[in-house]
Design a protein. Structure first.
Length: 277
């Protein structure tokens, strides 16, 4: 087995833990490599990737590993950590389980994003959580037109629109009033951000559907943001096409991993009374 280690390069605690994990893996006579800079390319084949940090680190490292088909295990250092199974003091037990193949792989959906300007493709991106079209700093709403399979869904003013995977349903979409979607469903969630209408609500779509968003009247700044990390400036009549990707995000789940609803109760504090410790 060959294991790649991706700590958050800007967090000392994550870097230190990464070094400890490398030492522990090498003591088991297993090959491992520490990637302590995002600028370093992955030129070898790895069987597993271990990511150390928060949700942002996991997303960024997964963007590197997912296209290579490498399953990912997260060790949480900071952040809410919806997708993390392992706490820092549990890393030795987690490594032992990896080496014993005592784990399962959970496949999560991803989105293919294409930006077209004047009919010409300007960029293609992979989203693991979501793609967001939103306004900039000026307090003016956008004019957004939404199509599904070339059929008009709606034209409406809003602060923006979110297209997310089931995994991304607990991210920005949740804050915008979208539903929580079980990660084992294959679907795409479209959530408007502060629409100027009482009747526009989030929509769940078939993964075979082609979603198209057209930017209306030009404002000072309109952005497409992919997974909260990559930004693209948009102009009037730019088109953002979104489809369910054939690429799957492989997350490693250890045998002790809680089920999805246990994670929701823990992270979102469901069922707790006010004043409970």
């Amino acid at each position: 087995m060959k294991i790649a280690i991706f700590p958050n390069p800007h967090r000392e605690e994550a870097l230190k833990l990464g070094s400890n994990i490398v030492s522990y893996i090498k003591s088991k006579d297993v090959y491992t490599k520490l990637f302590d800079s995002w600028a370093e390319d992955v030129t070898e084949d790895f069987d597993v990737g271990i990511v150390i940090g928060g949700d942002g680190t996991l997303l960024r490292a997964s963007k590197i590993l997912v296209p290579l088909g490498v399953p990912v295990l997260g060790i949480r250092v900071g952040g809410l950590g919806f997708l993390f199974d392992v706490e820092p003091d549990e890393y030795k037990d987690a490594i032992d389980k990896l080496l014993d193949k005592d784990y399962r792989v959970e496949n999560r959906g991803a989105l293919d994003i294409t930006v077209e300007k004047s009919g010409i493709t300007e960029g293609k991106f992979l989203a693991l959580n979501d793609a967001v079209v939103n306004k900039g700093t000026f307090a003016r709403m956008l004019e957004i037109t939404l199509y599904v399979n070339k059929n008009l869904v709606a034209r409406y003013p809003a602060d923006g629109i979110i297209v997310s995977t089931p995994t991304g349903s607990t991210a920005y979409s949740l804050s915008a009033g979208g539903p929580i979607v079980s990660p084992d469903l294959n679907c795409v969630l479209v959530t408007p951000i502060c629409p100027h209408s009482l009747f526009l609500r989030p929509i769940l779509l078939n993964p075979r559907d082609m979603i198209e968003i057209v930017v209306g009247e030009k404002h000072e700044e309109v952005m497409l943001t992919v997974d909260g990390q990559l930004g693209v400036h948009l102009d009037t009549e730019d088109r953002i096409k979104v489809s369910f990707s054939n690429i799957q995000w492989k997350l490693i789940r250890l045998s002790k991993s809680p089920d999805f609803f246990s994670t929701l109760r823990e992270k979102l504090h469901w069922g707790e009374r006010v004043g409970d410790a």
